[in-house]
Design a protein around this ligand. Sequence first.
Ligand SMILES: [Zn+2]
Length: 322
Amino acid sequence: MKEVFPGIYQVEIPLIGNPLKALNSYIIKNENIALVIDTGFNAPECKEALFDALEELGVLLENVELFVTHLHSDHSGLAAEMNLSGVKIYTGEIDGEIINQMTTAEYWEGFKERAISMDLAKDGINFNQHPGHKFCPLHPITYEAMNEGDSIDFGQYHFEVIDIPGHTPGHIALYEPNHRLLISGDHILDPITPNIAFWGFEWDILQVYFDSLAKVRKMPVDLVLASHRKVITNHRERIDELLAHHQERLKEIEKIIEREWLSVRDVASRMHWAIRAKDWTEFPDPQKWFASGEAMSHLEHLYVIGRIDRKEENAILKYRVK
Ligand SMILES: [Zn+2]
C-alpha cells in the first residue's frame, strides 16, 4: 500500500491468472472512515488484499463506503458482499443496472447469441472461464446511482462525478477540481490500452469513448489515479496516444476487409494482439471474446461513419469495405 496523495492510498489487488495482473484500488481515509474506489474480483485473494489494507489503516468495514467506477468484475466483484455487511455503494446509473443483470443466468445466456453473430461458435467458445462470469457479484446490490453533476465530499476533498462512457456504457469517475486529481477507473491506462468492446447497436461505443477522451483531455488534471498499472501525470499526451492507437486499429481493420466479406471473429483473428500466443487457436476463450469485442466496436464504428458495409449471413455478421 502506497500513499499516492495526502490521505489517498493505492492498494494493489492481485488478479490471479488474468493478463491485467492487478487492480489499483484506492482508499481515501478521513479519520476512522474510508471511501474505497473499486474492489477487485469476487475472489478470496482480492478480499484478503483489500480487507488487510483497511485493517492496516485502522478502518472498520462498518465505516466504509464504496464507489464503483464501472461494472467490470475486477472493479465490482466484492460489492455485493460488502453491501451485505452494510457498506453503502455508489455507482453509475447504467453500469449499476448491468452489475445486477450480471448476477442472473439470463444475462450470460445472451452472450451465446452474441457469440454466434460474431462467428465465435466456430471456436466452440464457452463463458465458464470469462472473468466477468467467474468473479462477478453473486447477488444484486443496492446502490445510490451517480450521475454527472453529483458530488461526494470526503474530508478535505470535494469529488465531482463525471460521466466518461466508452470502456463500459456507464463508466463514471471522480474529479477533484481543487487538487486537479482524477480517479479514472479504466478510462485512460498506461502502458496498456483500455479494452473497448461492443455493447449493443444502440451505441457507437468507440465514438462514445472518443468523446469521453476529448472531454477529459480538456480538463485541468495533474494526476490521474488509474485502475491498472501506472498513475498518469501527462493525461493529454496519453489521451493523444490512445486516440492514435485506435486510428491505427481502424486502418488495420479496413485493410483486412478491403477485398472480402469477413466475420468479426475472422477480422479479430487477423489483427495484431499483444498477447503471448502463437496464433488465434492458442488464445484462451476469454481473450478470443475480448479481441472479438474490440474488433466489433471498431467495425461498427466504421459502419456507422459509412466507411464499410455490413450484412448478415446465417445469423453471422460480415463486413467489407465499400
Ligand atoms: Zn474495466
